[in-house]
Design a protein around this ligand. Structure first.
Ligand code: NAD
Length: 481
């Protein structure tokens, strides 16, 4: 399955251009460590070809009547749903995500369908410029070519979150999926062509940092939508500054999950265990990896979280009963094991996990879901994004203290809180410096709700009206009469 997509390579101007000529990435199956495909990386020349194709396709796509653009996206959504089972399997091979944990095809379909509905609803406004002898109104217009850098932990999801709204707004797109996991994005593009998307409207150039630099620094790009780490985002901003290219940044997080003594622990514990140490093996930007627990219930909560973490089904991501799969590659495994070693050195107490699962799953990149207690607020484990299955537990005494400690973070992506006290919940919703707060349960991840960060977690939003407004600019018009 992967070799076919790797062989087709880049998508430029509606043609599969073969593997890129900017070097090769040897792609390994995260579950077995076995080499499974060579990914040809797009060179700067090929990026230039892709941007030119997207620029050439822009005038016609922009003027395509809204109902026709919407129909193509709606067909694409249907195809994504139809092929969701094979996309889940592809995703498992691509980055190790278990087929049951993240239905990436259905997810991308729901976002694409949602934004198909927005195509004919982008309106302007008439402004009251009294006594000026003028009519003043605004128009929403697409930018032109959007550069989309989608992440390896959800490449097909990233296509739904970025490409669907960008196309719906009338832009054309050049996507750079990462070399680590390019296949979900290529499959999305294949289905987009089948749905009738015209040549050049969507172009795909897989690659690493050099490909990304060529894309975000291209003068033909009118808007950048980037997902990745904060350090890389600073480089992207510096490159974008050359041409004053506007950008939206979806970056990392170190999200707090706050459990008060009055919480319904039957709800709070699964959120803490599954999202905090299991799902995606911790490779998710908004996962709650700092667990703040009221000291009056911390022993009970830790005991229950550890029991649940130890019962999470780990194994082959293609097996529907698996919830926790491998990390994306060997480098990620080595990095996460290094974090665990440093946590020990910083005095944190290991409650479960803390090792590679090499004895049972010989070659795969598996690290056992891990829980550390007595974690220092200022240690690396409490402040740095791990991007691995490692949960830090920190007890707290009162509400003011926990709000200030939750906000004592460079990041501001998401927060979770569990309490039966509605007044307290609303106080915290206001006080927490994050883009998304989930109260009492799992987040629904709906395409109609805006998602994005504050502080070093970035700016701009994906989802909802805000998500499509990232891809339009407002023009003001004055008509004298
Ligand atoms: P990364 O920052 O290393 O790389 C991100 C992307 O940028 C990759 O495609 C890479 O090839 C490209 N890149 C690297 N240098 C570049 C440059 N100078 N110019 C242009 N592009 C460049 O991050 P990663 O390890 O791929 O992804 C993990 C990070 O992404 C984590 O911090 C995670 O939290 C974040 N993330 C955020 C969200 C979100 O929605 N907020 C979603 C998923 C992942």
């Amino acid at each position: 399955m992967l070799e076919g997509l790797a062989g087709r390579g880049l998508l430029i101007d509606g043609d599969w251009a073969g593997p890129g000529r900017g070097g090769t990435y040897a792609h390994h199956d995260p579950a077995t460590g076995r080499h499974q495909a060579d990914v040809g990386l797009a060179s700067a020349r090929e990026v230039d070809d892709a941007v030119r194709a997207a620029r050439a396709a822009f005038p016609s796509w922009r003027r395509t009547p809204p109902h026709r653009r919407a129909a193509v996206l709606a067909r694409l959504a249907d195809l994504l749903d139809e092929h969701a089972a094979s996309s889940a399997a592809l995703n498992a091979l691509d980055n190790g995500t278990p087929v049951s944990a993240m239905p990436s095809g259905h997810y991308a379909a729901s976002w694409t369908r949602y934004y198909a509905g927005w195509v004919d609803k982008l309106d302007g406004e008439v402004l009251p410029v009294h006594d000026t002898g003028a009519l003043d109104y605004t128009r929403t217009e697409p930018y032109g070519v959007v550069a989309a850098i989608v992440p390896w932990n959800g490449p097909m999801m990233g296509m739904g979150q970025k490409v669907a709204p960008a196309l719906a707004a009338g832009n054309t797109v050049v996507v750079k999926p990462p070399e680590l996991a390019p296949f979900g994005a290529l499959r999305f593009a294949e289905l987009a062509l089948e749905a009738g998307l015209p040549a050049g409207v969507l172009n795909v150039v897989p690659g690493g940092a050099a490909t990304g630099q060529a894309l975000v620094g291209h003068p033909g790009v009118a808007k950048i939508s980037f997902t990745g780490g904060t350090a890389t985002a600073r480089e992207v901003m510096a490159i974008a500054a050359r041409h004053c290219t506007p950008l939206a940044l979806e970056l990392g997080g170190k999200s707090a999950n706050i459990v008060f003594a009055d919480a319904d622990l039957d709800t709070a514990v699964p959120v803490a265990a599954v999202l905090g140490a299991g799902l995606l093996s911790g490779q998710g930007c908004a996962l709650p990896t700092r667990l703040y627990v009221d000291e009056r219930v911390v022993d009970e909560v830790v005991a229950r979280v550890v029991a649940q973490v130890e019962s999470l089904p780990i194994g082959d991501p293609l097996d529907p009963s698996t919830l926790v799969g491998p990390l994306v590659n060997q480098a990620a495994c080595t990095r996460v094991l290094g974090v665990i070693e440093r946590a020990h050195a910083d005095g944190a107490r290991l409650a479960t996990g803390g090792r590679r699962l090499a004895d049972t799953l010989e070659e795969g990149y598996y690290v056992a879901p891990t829980v550390f207690c007595d974690v220092d607020q200022h240690s690396d484990l409490a402040t740095q994004e791990v991007f691995g299955p490692v949960l830090a537990v920190l007890p707290f005494a009162d509400e003011d203290e926990v709000v200030s400690r939750a906000n004592d973070s460079a990041f501001g992506l998401a927060a979770y809180l569990h309490t039966r006290d509605l007044s307290r919940a609303l106080r915290l919703v206001e006080a927490l410096e994050v883009g998304t707060v989930t109260v009492n349960g799992f987040p629904p991840m709906s395409p109609s709700a805006p998602f994005g960060g504050m502080k070093a977690s970035g700016f701009g939003r994906e989802g909802g009206r805000a998500g499509i407004e990232e891809f339009v600019q407002r023009k003001n018009v004055t008509l004298r009469y």
